[in-house]
Design a protein around this ligand. Structure first.
Ligand code: SF4
Length: 472
């Protein structure tokens, strides 16, 4: 069972490393992936190449469970890619765990992907019509096989030729016998950054927090539409596709996904989250005694709200950080107390108080009600819920699993109805304009899940499990 959690599901984290000396490349990949664990907790994998051969180790579970010392030992080489997974396309089957490693006529090829292609069904049909057999059910396998079959003298050329056919979100890293190549979609949906390793070579990662963990300097964003090739200590950068005229960075990276110490688009995530809290305090003030975050992602926003409003900040909810996903079937009593498994209240900070609860998002609306109830049971006089983004009314087709439109509470109910549903004294969402003020940009971002206006055509988008229904 999944412990009751109303957050959008994390997507995936990718990593690539190239070193001239080949010392501990798998260990470096392990520590980089460890820093990306928040982007996916279902499975992890690392592939390494030594100039001729590539090896992969991958499995379901957290990075620290999948990679024991014994599992890392055979992963010897100069280049590595890694992946932490939350399934956005394809159920969480082992066959979908990345990196994918295939043998091609040009040597080994492994790929790891964050994002979602909206035209994957058409591309998949094309591969099937050309006689390819497919073993996995995710769009990442489609990318891999298209690359394997592409014409061109180098992997860089093959990526460049294949790239125009991919529509949607992709921050992709690929490993060949003697190089790694990274590419980011021209809309810039998902983050991807590159940095220089202190001992020589480079690393590329979904978030800068992983590059900081590896001690990288000269950290820069991979530009939308850019291809980076790393070989030993060499780095080659080329703008393969012109960045889309309407950029579409995912605003949710700031609101929820990215680690607060990561930087993106010239901003620190923590600073933006504090700004979200400040904007929320300006837009939706309320008389209260204490501001309480829903830990962990809402802590910076609650600090910002408290600073702007003058209402004291304090902890009121303590999160069990190790709960993750459990596969033990719960008893009925435990099932009903799903939220209590994940959060406990600090009654001394809530009793007799008018409480403002700051949360980053309200997706299906399954957690907010039980949380409000817990806070009231702890003796709070009033509970006011404030959300640091607008109501989520539309599904994401770019790699974030929020469920479908029917699952989204704000697609069915008005704000007042949601307030009644969760049992709060008041409920307010941040407006789109205020959210973008907090981000510091008025355009260049995707806000489709709040507005229903998709930056690219999504008519062919598929439900997450549609390929699995064929292969089931
Ligand atoms: S629809 Fe929402 S979650 Fe998906 S990419 Fe756009 S902003 Fe991000």
């Amino acid at each position: 069972m999944t412990v009751n959690d109303d957050s959008p599901r994390d997507e995936c984290g990718v990593l690539a490393i190239s070193t001239p000396h080949g010392e501990g490349v798998a260990q470096l990949a392990f520590f980089g992936l460890f820093a990306l664990q928040h982007r996916g907790q279902e499975a992890a994998g690392i592939a390494v190449s030594d100039g001729q051969r590539a090896r992969v180790h991958k499995d379901a579970g957290l990075v620290s469970n999948v990679f024991t010392k014994a599992a890392l030992a055979p992963l010897v080489g100069y280049h590595a890619i890694g992946h932490t997974r939350y399934s956005t396309t394809g159920a969480s089957h082992l066959r979908n765990v990345q990196p994918f490693l295939v043998e091609t006529m040009h040597g080994p090829l492994a790929t790891a992907h964050n994002g979602n292609l909206v035209n994957a069904p058409a591309l998949r049909d094309e591969l099937l019509a050309r006689g390819f057999g497919l073993t996995a059910t995710s769009d990442s396998e489609v990318l891999t096989l298209m690359l394997a079959a592409a014409g061109g003298r180098t992997w860089e050329e093959r990526v460049e030729r294949t790239l125009p056919a991919w529509k949607g979100a992709f921050s992709l890293v690929l490993l060949a016998a003697d190089e790694v190549v990274a590419v980011r979609d021209p809309w810039g949906f998902r983050p991807l950054s590159v940095g220089r390793l202190a001992l020589g070579g480079h690393a590329i990662a979904s978030e800068t927090c992983a590059l900081a963990t590896l001690g990288c300097s000269d950290i820069e964003e991979v530009a939308p539409g850019e291809i980076i090739t790393l070989r030993g200590a060499e780095i080659r950068r080329s703008q393969a596709l012109t960045p889309a005229s309407r950029q579409a960075r995912c605003t949710f990276e700031f609101v929820y996904f990215s680690r607060p110490d990561s930087h993106w688009d010239g901003q620190t995530v923590h600073t933006v989250r504090q700004n979200l809290g400040r904007e929320l305090a300006r837009e939706s003030p309320v008389e209260a005694d204490v501001v309480v975050p829903v830990p962990d992602s809402s802590i910076p926003a609650a600090i910002g709200y408290a600073q702007e409003s003058g209402v004291a900040f304090n902890d009121g909810l303590i999160k069990n950080r190790y709960i993750g996903r459990t596969f033990i079937e719960p008893t009925q009593d435990i099932r009903e107390r799903g939220v209590a498994l994940k959060f406990n209240v600090l009654a001394t900070n809530l009793e007799g108080k008018r409480v403002i609860v700051i949360d980053d998002s309200l997706v299906r609306g399954t957690t907010a009600g039980p949380l409000v109830k817990l806070i009231r049971e702890a003796g709070a006089l009033e509970v006011h819920v404030r959300i640091t983004c607008p109501p989520i009314t539309d599904a994401c087709h770019f790699g974030v699993d929020m469920g479908h439109d029917g699952d989204l509470i704000a697609a069915r109910l008005s704000v007042d109805e949601i307030r009644d549903h969760i049992g709060a004294d008041s409920l307010a969402f941040l407006s789109l304009e205020a959210m973008m003020r907090a981000v510091g940009r008025q355009d260049g971002y995707c806000n489709a899940c709040f507005t229903g206006v998709y930056p690219i055509e999504v008519a062919m988008a598929q439900p997450k499990l549609s390929f699995d229904q064929v292969l089931a």
